[in-house]
Design a protein around this ligand. Structure first.
Ligand code: SAM
Length: 272
């Protein structure tokens, strides 16, 4: 058996088929999560080497909830706790037009996908859930308020609950929201508490390893990613990334690897 075979054996053999089928359900729900991002989240939900719940901050109409729910249900790795006031309160949220709430759409999508029994919705702000939260987290998925204040608050409130080996993932770090980019840079990439780190689409992810001394190659990689994120942030802080700024934004983004995640390489890294 080669080393590649050994780590691949740590992944469920039907994972690719399950992710492909779940993606079909995910794409039926409105939202901005891309296929590669959804499949990365499903990989983390199925194989993050830690015990505990999945917490989703920011559910909107349930696009990512459906993907996480299908994988958690299939592998018996729930629950998926979904917290959102469902009113799009932040300036960075998708517009909901004349609708007063996205909760009915969320419920309909979760039921249609058949995952209502593993999804635990909380119709409130994450900061209202935090004081009563006591469960360890295997996956913390942050896709709520993308302002600097909102994103840092979510990391600060829930990072203490991450199980060792658990994964923090944050949406729109490589997108057009300087708050999410800055929060990930300062509180995750520059923190010694996180080990393996990377990007998939606009999603930033990192493994919580507070007690492990990082290998020098990992330290160098995090420093490299921090430099390109700093470049991206400087552009975003000057205003919307359109025109010349859009080109600069694309330049820094292209220097930050963010392609689809290879499941075998990923599991080898987070198990290492
Ligand atoms: C970008 S959407 C989430 C998209 C969703 N994850 C998907 O896959 O389609 C952002 C959501 O965050 C919610 N939100 C904003 N501030 C929040 C907070 N402080 N706590 C929880 N949810 C919040 C909004 O109501 C909105 O539904």
């Amino acid at each position: 058996m080669t080393e590649h075979d050994t780590v691949t054996a740590l992944l469920p053999p039907d994972l690719d088929a399950q992710r492909a089928a779940a993606w079909e359900a995910v794409r039926a729900s409105p939202g901005y999560l891309t296929e590669r991002e959804a499949k990365f989240l499903m990989l983390a939900a199925a194989a993050a080497p830690a015990s505990g719940a999945i917490l989703e901050i920011g559910s909107f109409k349930g696009r990512s909830t459906v993907g996480l729910g299908l994988i958690a249900k299939h592998y018996g790795r729930g629950p998926v706790v979904a917290v959102d006031p469902f009113t799009s309160p932040s300036s960075t949220d998708p517009a909901i037009g004349a609708q007063r709430s996205t909760f009915d759409d969320f419920q309909a999508n979760v039921h249609r996908a058949g995952v209502a029994d593993v999804v635990e919705p909380h119709r409130m702000f994450s900061r209202e859930l935090a004081p009563t939260w006591s469960r360890p987290l295997r996956l913390l998925w942050i896709d709520g308020d993308h302002t600097y204040e909102g994103a840092t608050e979510d990391i600060r409130l829930f990072r203490p609950h991450l199980a060792e080996g658990g994964i923090l993932a944050m949406h729109d770090v490589l997108s057009r929201f300087p708050g999410a980019t800055r929060a990930f840079l300062e509180l995750v990439l520059r923190s010694d508490d996180f080990g393996p780190t990377g990007f998939c689409g606009s999603t930033g992810w990192a493994q919580y390893r507070p007690r492990a001394r990082a290998h020098p190659s990992l330290v160098r990689r995090k420093a490299r990613l921090a430099r390109t994120l700093e470049g991206l942030l400087r552009v975003l802080q000057r205003g919307e990334p359109t025109g010349w700024r859009g080109l600069q934004h694309s330049f820094w983004r292209s220097l930050t690897p963010h392609g689809a995640v290879n499941a075998s390489e990923w599991i080898a890294e987070v198990r290492g």
